[in-house]
Design a protein around this ligand. Structure first.
Ligand SMILES: [Zn+2]
Length: 76
């Protein structure tokens, strides 16, 4: 099946999703996408916590407010 090149698709055929970079969720600020092989794209995002630790969080958990800080004992 052939698809025209396209809008909405990156070079590797990964669907593009709205970037979360720069968004703040609780104590976390999204710094970039974290692509994990085998996982759906745009699901995991690298974040920087207010405490200075970096972490990776799932987009749906960020959006739902379930993840609001790094996994090192921070509490939002
Ligand atoms: Zn933290």
């Amino acid at each position: 099946m052939t698809r025209s090149t396209g809008r909405g698709y990156g070079r590797k055929g990964i669907p593009r999703a709205p970037s979360l970079v720069g968004a703040r969720y609780g104590r976390l600020v999204v710094t970039g996408r974290d692509c994990t092989p085998g996982e759906a794209p745009n699901v995991f995002w690298a974040c920087l916590c207010d405490c200075g630790a970096s972490t990776v969080a799932r987009a749906d958990r960020l959006r739902s407010g379930k993840t609001r800080a790094c996994a090192r004992g921070c509490r939002a």
